[in-house]
Every structure is written in C-alpha cells, then in structure tokens.
Design a binder for this molecule. Sequence first.
Ligand SMILES: [Zn+2]
Length: 222
Amino acid sequence: MNAINHAATALIINKKWPNVPIIPVLISVQLVEFLWVIFNLLGVEITTTEPVVRAVNDIHLAYMPFSHSMGATIFLAILTWLLFTYTLKRPVWGVALAAALSSHVLLDLATHVQDIAIAPGIDTPKFGTGLYGIPLIALAVEIAYGIFCWWYFQGTKLLLAAIVLLNLASLSFYWPALLGPEQLLAAEPKLFAAVIGVHIVTGLFAIWFFAKEQWGQSSGGA
Ligand SMILES: [Zn+2]
C-alpha cells in the first residue's frame, strides 16, 4: 500500500486511543516498511524488477519474510505490547502501538500480489489479494481507504486534499500507460528501496502536519 495510506491509518489509531502520543503511532504504522527499506539496502531482503518498469506490477517484492510476513508482524506486535505494558507500564500504549504495527501487513495483504509469506523460513504459500495486478483499481481502493481514515478522524479539508493529492502523485506508478519516474527503477532495486524510504517520511510528515491541530482531541477512552 502507498505510504500516504499507511500513514493515514494513524488517524484511526489516534481517534481510538487519543491519549497515546502521535509520534510513536506514526512510527508504528510504518515500522514494517522502515525495516523493509533497511533490509533491502543491506541485501537481506530482495526486490526484483522487469526489464522495463511501467507500473507497480513490474516490481516484484521477491523476498521479504523478516519485514513483511505474518509471523514477523505477530512477533513484533507481541514484543511491542509486552515492552509497553510490562516494562514501561503503559498498557494502553501497548495495545494502540501493537494495533498500529499490525495494521501494516494487514493493509499490504489487502493490496499486494501474493508476496507475503507466513513466516521466515516458510517460502510458500505466499498471500495477497492480487489487487496490485490491476494497479489502477488498486489506486482507487487505496484512495477510498485514505478518505475513510480522514472521515473517521473528522479531519480538515486540507488533510483530505493532502491524502488525495499524495495518492495522485503516484498515478504513473499505478497506470502502465502513463510513463513516469518509475522507468528509472528498472534493475535498480536499492534505488527503489531508497525512494520508498523518502515516500514513508513524506507520508508520515504530511499526515502529522495537516492534522497537527487535532491530535488527541477526540473523546475516546485511553
Ligand atoms: Zn509494506
């Protein structure tokens, strides 16, 4: 899923647990992706591309069981929950941050082709709805999800504009006929990882910035 929509998940977490500080929430919704960037740059996880990259389905997330697998997410979520509940004595943070962290692979399962393994060491089967095989439909679904997060949070019109525009900024990446900067990523998986790293930070910053007057203002319990 596009970085801006993962970041938008922080709006839901904040609405549900308004007393949990937003910075750890923002980091948690994208922790899996930060790990993916680091592991790809180190060569621990592997991404391959078609000779010509026209859209997201020409890039293959070939091996990423340490960042994106169900087992890795369950392990990290339990670790987060234990750390915040028992070591830091912040049980509500523990639940909220474990939920934020787990949201990542759930959203990727809902959009990716079958590239998410059960756990490291178990190479097949892999899971994903296959939506990224039809990228323009995937983009429409992603925008709808981003708007849902905004609606649930009851954000400002500027926040809505940021979510929609940052989704549309990736249009060429979701539309094979529209050639864009994704062509430069052919056979350059580490460059792709670095670009995703920039996208992650941009998306998180945009959500933080355009909702900054509203963080923690809902009346939900925490
Ligand atoms: Zn991901």
